[in-house]
Structure formats: C-alpha cells, structure tokens
Design a protein around this ligand. Structure first.
Ligand SMILES: [Zn+2]
Length: 190
C-alpha cells in the first residue's frame, strides 16, 4: 500500500478556536456516516491512526477505501510529507522558482522547511526560510510551494482516501461551509 494523504488546511483558524472547529467538522462527518465515531489506534500494515471511514462512505465515493483514516490537528501543523514530495518553491521576493532542475538547492530548501516546520509544531513559532538566490529572509508560509505546506493551526489529514475529485459531493466546499472559512487542499506521501 502506498501511503499518501490529502490534507485540508484552514489558514484562517486561530489557535483558540481550532479545537472547536475540528470537533464541528468531525461531528458533521460522523453524523453523515463518512467516518466512524472512534479514533482507531495505529496498527502497522493495516491502518493508520485516526478516524476510520464510516458506514456511509459508499454514498460519497464509488470506490470506498476501508483503510482510509482522518487525522485532525487542532494545533500547529505543517505538511511533513509535503516537504518530502516538494516539487518546487518560489521565492516571494525575487520570484525565482527552485525545482528539481536545481536539486541541490531544492534539497537544501526541503531541509530548511522541515526544520522550521518541526519548530512550528513543537513551540508554535513560525521561523523564516532564507532564499538561497536573493538571500531574503522570508516567513516560511510566504513561500509559494507545490504542494502547499500548510503552516496552520488547523488541518484535516485524509490518509489513503480516494482523490477528492471522485467524491459525489464537493468535499472541500462542504468543509468550508462547516468551518465558515476558505481552506486549501494539499497532499503529501511517504
Ligand atoms: Zn529570492
């Protein structure tokens, strides 16, 4: 099984409201039968930690994946596996796009994003990532990256779900309505 996730990131959520908003979304999903109402512990080679898909999952998707889970993060979160899958990053000051064509620089940037991201998760302080081209000191979230790296206080991580485009419902719009915020969809893989 190739482990990957789609993550819904709420960049507007404030730390003090994140927990309430996370509960609002999971409660909605439980009511709809999209997820089960208990958190499943991690079990190697079978499923990841989080809420497993629920009894009405098939109403939303044609190809239900019984191994899919949802993890919620009502605290500092960045897309750790998005950093691993980083395709490119564009400096918001000089506009230079760094991609796999410049692998050494991209690898160095990944390292910087990972360090800043870890610190953000641990002590909730978002540091800068310097541009290797123009030397500008840029807050990590102001880099334009593919995939988006999050750096938010609220995220929903859908492990091994079918692609959201296959859902009969506009899932992102659905979540946005529950949250009352505009979210960003991103991804990452092991
Ligand atoms: Zn630059």
């Amino acid at each position: 099984m190739c482990d990957w996730y789609q993550a819904v990131v709420d960049l507007q959520a404030k730390p003090q409201e994140a927990e309430y908003l996370a509960l609002k979304v999971t409660a909605t999903f439980m009511t709809e039968g999209l997820i089960q109402p208990i958190i499943q512990p991690y079990k190697e080679n079978y499923y990841l930690e989080g809420y497993r898909t629920g009894p009405k999952f098939h109403i939303f998707f044609d190809s239900p994946d019984q191994f899919g889970t949802v993890e919620t993060f009502a605290r500092g979160w960045y897309s750790q596996y998005g950093v691993l899958a980083l395709e490119n990053a564009t400096c918001s000051i000089c506009g230079t796009q760094i991609s796999s064509q410049n692998m050494d620089v991209l690898t160095e940037l990944k390292q910087s994003f990972a360090e800043v991201g870890q610190k953000f998760c641990n002590i909730n302080e978002l540091g800068p990532v310097c541009c290797p081209i123009c030397s500008a000191i840029i807050p990590a979230h102001q880099w334009l990256t593919v995939p988006h790296l999050g750096f938010s206080h609220l995220a929903f991580v859908f492990w091994n779900w079918p692609p959201f485009e296959e859902c009969r419902l506009d899932l992102l719009d659905h979540i946005d309505r529950v949250l009352g915020h505009r979210t960003v969809l991103t991804y990452g893989h092991l």
